[in-house]
Design a protein around this ligand. Structure first.
Ligand SMILES: Nc1ncnc2c1ncn2[C@@H]1O[C@H](COP(=O)(O)OP(=O)(O)O)[C@@H](O)[C@H]1O
Ligand SMILES: [Mg+2]
Length: 265
């Protein structure tokens, strides 16, 4: 269980960004972290990852507060992996295998064990064929998957993914979601895609005014919350509301089922 409790963060010159943000990720759960551009999603992920130390408040893993010491951060990163929005901020090795095996080698695994972890991660993300490729030759979507493989190779309990679908084409998004579905880790995905959040997440967490409203995906039907967060209603909920069929359909199939049910009634 990973938690942020009453986290406060401000940047010099930018004023307060998070003013008491709390978030809970239970083991194996999928939380979509939503909010307008500049609302503080990335900032909160960085706090959860231990990459940024909040002014006040606490991040804890299984109830143990995160210690911002070398040992504390090292222990945290073994279990909690952050994947940055821009793969070019994360990739630094010449080729894919080197890059993905960097983390496992750094954990102290021997060459063979690190290679095995790397192969496993590349397989899980459907990019085994990229193993020997220079990273600079890859497409944006491929580079994004390589950075994700690097995190997966650490076999973390928690994956924190900053805008993992941004910049991907529709097929790329579908492939990424399919790959994520095969992982057992708890996940927080920061996104401003409300449709994706509703379809994918077990819970949503909406950043608004420096704080977080967390709850079931049906929270995305709350017009007042959405407006204050500068988000729109997911299309499935909009359509259901316009047709007067009610419910919280999460994808096309669920909308169609609700409409069919309405027609039978
Ligand atoms: N390193 C930084 N220095 C100064 N201001 C920053 C820095 N990082 C983020 N900010 C500001 O903090 C606010 C929240 O940023 P961010 O967490 O990146 O939001 P989001 O990911 O929701 O778009 C924005 O106003 C942004 O300009
Ligand atoms: Mg961001």
């Amino acid at each position: 269980m990973l938690t942020a409790h009453d986290v406060v963060v401000g940047y010099p010159g930018a004023g307060p960004v998070l003013t008491g943000a709390s978030l809970t990720l239970a083991p194996g759960r999928r939380v979509a972290l939503l909010g307008a551009n500049g609302s503080g999603k990335t900032t909160l992920l960085q706090c959860l990852a231990g990459a940024l130390r909040p002014t006040s408040g606490a991040v804890a893993l299984d109830g143990e507060p995160l210690a911002h010491t070398r040992a504390g951060l090292r222990a945290h990163r073994r279990r909690v992996q952050l994947v940055l929005q821009d793969p070019d901020d994360q990739l630094f090795s010449a080729d894919v295998t080197q890059d993905v095996s960097f983390g496992p080698l750094n954990l102290g695994l021997d060459e063979a064990a690190a290679r095995a972890r790397t192969r496993e991660a590349l397989d899980l993300l459907g990019i085994a064929h990229l193993a020997g490729r220079p990273t600079h030759q890859l497409s944006y979507g491929e580079r994004k998957r390589v950075t994700l493989a690097g995190a997966v190779a650490m076999r973390p309990d928690v994956l924190l993914l900053d805008e993992p679908t941004a910049g991907l084409d529709p097929a790329g998004v579908a492939e990424l979601l399919a790959a994520l579905a095969g992982l057992g880790a708890g996940m927080v995905i920061a996104t401003h895609d409300v449709d994706l959040a509703l379809a994918w997440a077990d819970e949503v967490a909406v950043v608004v005014g420096g704080r977080v409203a967390q709850g079931p995906p049906g929270l995305l039907g709350d017009q007042v919350l959405l407006e204050s967060a500068r988000l729109r209603r997911p299309w499935t909920l909009e359509l259901a509301a316009r047709l007067g069929v009610g419910g919280t359909p999460r994808d096309l199939d669920e909308v169609v089922a609700l409409i069919a049910e309405g027609a039978r009634a």
